[in-house]
Design a protein around this ligand. Structure first.
Ligand SMILES: N[C@@H](CCC(=O)N[C@@H](CS)C(=O)NCC(=O)O)C(=O)O
Length: 200
C-alpha cells in the first residue's frame, strides 16, 4: 500500500495510528506530499488534492481519513477500531466526527489567521474558534473512554494538532479531565509513535 501524507497532517496521523494498532504500518510506503502544490501523482488519485490518500495493493485510491481508517480496520486481525453496529459504534463514529470537526475548524481558522485581518475574516475566525471551544467543552463534560478506537484516536490527533499549531490557546485550562485523559491515552504505542513534531 502507498500513503500520500504530510508529517504534520493530523488526518494522516489518524491513518498511521490505525495502521500501527493493526501492525500494518510496515506494509505501507509513505510518500510525503504537499497537497497545496497539487502534484500530479496526488491529483490522479484524489481530485480533491488532499492528504491522506491511500493506494491499496489492488490499485484503489481511498480518501478521506475515516474511509482509509475503516479500510485498514477491515484488514486488521486484532480488536476492531470501528466497533460492530450498536451503541458503541455510534459513539465511536460520533467522537470521530467531533474530533475531525475540531480539526476542520482549526484548519479554516489557521488559514484565515495567516491573512491580513478584515471584518469578514475576523468573523470567520471567531465562528471557528467558538465551534472549537464548544466541542472541547463537550469533551471535558463527557470524557472519552480509555480504550483505543477510531473515536479516541481521532480526539488525540485533534488535541495534538492544537498543541502544534495553537500553543497559545491553552485548551487545557478549565478542562482538567480532558487534559488527564489526553496524557494517558497518548501513551498508547500507536499514538506515541505518531506524535507530531514539537514545532513545524
Ligand atoms: N476530511 C479530510 C480532510 C483532509 C485535509 O483537509 N487534509 C489537509 C492536510 S492536513 C489537506 O490536504 N489540505 C489541502 C487542501 O485543503 O487543499 C480527511 O479526514 O482526510
Amino acid at each position: 500500500m502507498k500513503l500520500f501524507h504530510s508529517p504534520t497532517s493530523p488526518y494522516a496521523r489518524k491513518v498511521m495510528a490505525c495502521a500501527i494498532a493493526h501492525d500494518l504500518d510496515k506494509q505501507i510506503e509513505t510518500v510525503v506530499t504537499n497537497p497545496h502544490d497539487s502534484p500530479a501523482e496526488l491529483l490522479a488519485a484524489n481530485p480533491l488534492s488532499k492528504v491522506p490518500c491511500l493506494i491499496t495493493d489492488d490499485g484503489m485510491a481511498l480518501f478521506d481519513s475515516p474511509v482509509i481508517c475503516e479500510y485498514l480496520d477491515s484488514l486488521g486481525g486484532t480488536v476492531p477500531l470501528f466497533p460492530r453496529p450498536g451503541r458503541g459504534r455510534w459513539k465511536a463514529l460520533k467522537l470521530q466526527a467531533l474530533a475531525d470537526g475540531i480539526l476542520d475548524a482549526a484548519l479554516i481558522r489557521r488559514g484565515e489567521e495567516g491573512r491580513p485581518p478584515d471584518e469578514a475574516r475576523l468573523a470567520v475566525i471567531a465562528r471557528q474558534q467558538a465551534a472549537m471551544d464548544r466541542s472541547l467543552d463537550e469533551l471535558e463534560h463527557e470524557v472519552p473512554q480509555k480504550g483505543l478506537d477510531i473515536g479516541t484516536i481521532s480526539v488525540v490527533c485533534a488535541l495534538g494538532y492544537l498543541d502544534l499549531r495553537f500553543p497559545g490557546d491553552d485548551w487545557r485550562t478549565g478542562r482538567p479531565q480532558l487534559a488527564a485523559w489526553f496524557v494517558a491515552t497518548s501513551e498508547h504505542p500507536a499514538l506515541a509513535r505518531t506524535a507530531p513534531p514539537k514545532s513545524a
